[in-house]
Design a protein around this ligand. Structure first.
Ligand code: GAR
Length: 215
């Protein structure tokens, strides 16, 4: 069973969807802890599911590195197999990324590499894009620049504002995220292979799930 820590900053609707999915005994991952960088509304979902949570308030630390060191210490208590950034609106410092790589994934409300950063939905509207999307990526040192694990297009409709467009993207994000975590848990998706430099691994970054049956 894959153990997962989820980090949030906001309402945690994608966290909630992952908690619902993991509540099914057939789902191969369990959320063991939820962390936040502020007193996030979404922490209530962890409480509702009886999942432990912690907060490392970004504003209480003198630097990103100091905040990251405490976040890392909290994560080490739970030692999850996978860390999911589900609306964590902070860049992790490189020391944290390197400590856990490639086992940190991030969900993002755009079809990367288009519209990285903290205002992806607003930026897509401002650019007059006809379509945007949702992506799940491996976290690296850059801003939403890591290897793409899953993504899907979402149309921008006439009259869309930031809220309506984001609310249309989020269900797609949830579906992609739940599926990526499932595939990591079954071994169908190998994060190390997906993150390796081109030419050092097979082109297709997947390996078959472990099987107990023999041909
Ligand atoms: C999600 O759309 C997530 O992709 C986005 O914040 C939202 C959180 O929603 N994250 C980013 O933009 C990170 N760059 P939620 O709190 O309702 O799950």
């Amino acid at each position: 069973m894959l153990t997962v820590a989820v980090l949030i900053s906001g309402t945690g609707s994608n966290l909630r969807a992952l908690l619902d999915a993991a509540d099914d005994p057939a789902y191969p991952a369990r959320i063991v802890v939820v962390g936040a960088d502020r007193d996030a509304d979404g922490l209530e979902h962890a409480e509702a599911f009886g999942i432990p949570s912690f907060t490392v308030p970004y504003a209480a630390y003198p630097s990103r590195e100091a905040w990251g060191a405490e976040l890392d210490a909290q994560l080490r208590v739970w030692n999850p197999d996978l860390i999911v950034l589900s609306g964590l609106m902070r860049l992790l410092p490189p020391a944290v990324v390197h400590a856990w790589a490639p086992r940190i994934v991030n969900t993002h409300p755009a079809y990367l590499p288009d519209f990285p950063g903290a205002h992806a939905v607003r930026d897509a509207l401002a650019a007059g894009a006809q379509q945007t999307g949702a992506s799940v990526i491996v976290v690296d040192d850059g801003v939403d620049s890591g290897p793409i694990l899953a993504q899907e297009r979402v149309p921008v409709l006439p009259g869309d504002d930031e809220h309506t467009l984001h609310e249309r993207i989020k269900p797609v994000e949830r579906r992609l995220l739940i599926d990526v975590v499932r595939r990591v848990a079954t071994g169908e998706l190998d994060l190390a292979a997906a993150s390796a430099p081109a030419g050092t691994t097979p082109d297709v970054p997947v390996r078959p799930a472990a099987s107990t049956t023999h041909p």
